[in-house]
Design a protein. Sequence first.
Length: 258
Amino acid sequence: MLTLGLIGYGTVARGIVSAFPPDSIGWIALLRDGASPALPANVRAVTRLDMLIGARPKAVMEAAGQEAVASYVPAILEAGIPTVIASIGALCDPALADRIATIRRKGGARAVLPAGALGGLDYLRAIAALPDARVRYTSRKPPSAWQAELATLGLSAEHEELMLFEGTPDEATRAYPKNLNAAFAVALAAGVGKVTVRVIADPKATGNTHEIEAESAAGTASFRFTNAPAPDNPKTSALTALSLVAALGELLDVEGLR
Ligand SMILES: NC(=O)C1=CN([C@@H]2O[C@H](COP(=O)(O)OP(=O)(O)OC[C@H]3O[C@@H](n4cnc5c(N)ncnc54)[C@H](OP(=O)(O)O)[C@@H]3O)[C@@H](O)[C@H]2O)C=CC1
Ligand SMILES: O=C([O-])CC(=O)C(=O)O
């Protein structure tokens, strides 16, 4: 049986675990002290990083949040265990991004950045070389997905769409740490300075929509992903777990994990 690690056991982690037959993988999940989510029989909870590393999983899937990336991922990579990172926005901290790059240069394991809730990143990586390239990323979700943010701003988007945010990928990722990882994936692919980010609450949105509009000497492109929300978390696209599973299959080059 293959042993794999998880950081966190929420919506995305549950989606990852349920993508595999229970008898094919034994999961070790690093949880916060005191956390007690319902776990299937093939998921064992640990509350200390050394216990996760000591179990020698073949790879770890981070699906907890940006703070968890900063707290745990460098040590896991230093221990030679490759890690697929969902909370890509953590890399807007240049010190953390440098630390992870240095670990890799010194022979540590690979940090894998999946496409997550969107796609088309290969196109953005290609035009990143062009100085005139400009990319606009828009996260458009129904008001129900932005309830807390609308309440904080004292606004309602019941009838008309409402722009909640417009700014740089760094500002966006800091302002929406749990929800704009996709924006930072776009920024890492195209180049942080080439990307502007918008967040829109849209009563007409039928799913979690990610729009990418790109313009450069190579031409123009527009991508639109209308994602079904995960059943138990309207802010997270169900696609995210599928993308992490695909990245894991590629990383381990294991038949049946592709
Ligand atoms: N790249 C992409 O496109 C996307 C990335 N994401 C990222 O994936 C993350 C997970 O998403 P989702 O599953 O929907 O979120 P959930 O809130 O459903 O689950 C996150 C889980 O991680 C746990 N957790 C948080 N911090 C820690 C920690 N330091 N140590 C251990 N466990 C921790 C939480 O526990 P507790 O409740 O105790 O805090 C919770 O159970 C998001 O925060 C986001 O960063 C999500 C969607 C798309
Ligand atoms: O799942 C989504 O639609 C996007 C998301 O939460 C993120 O980018 O963090």
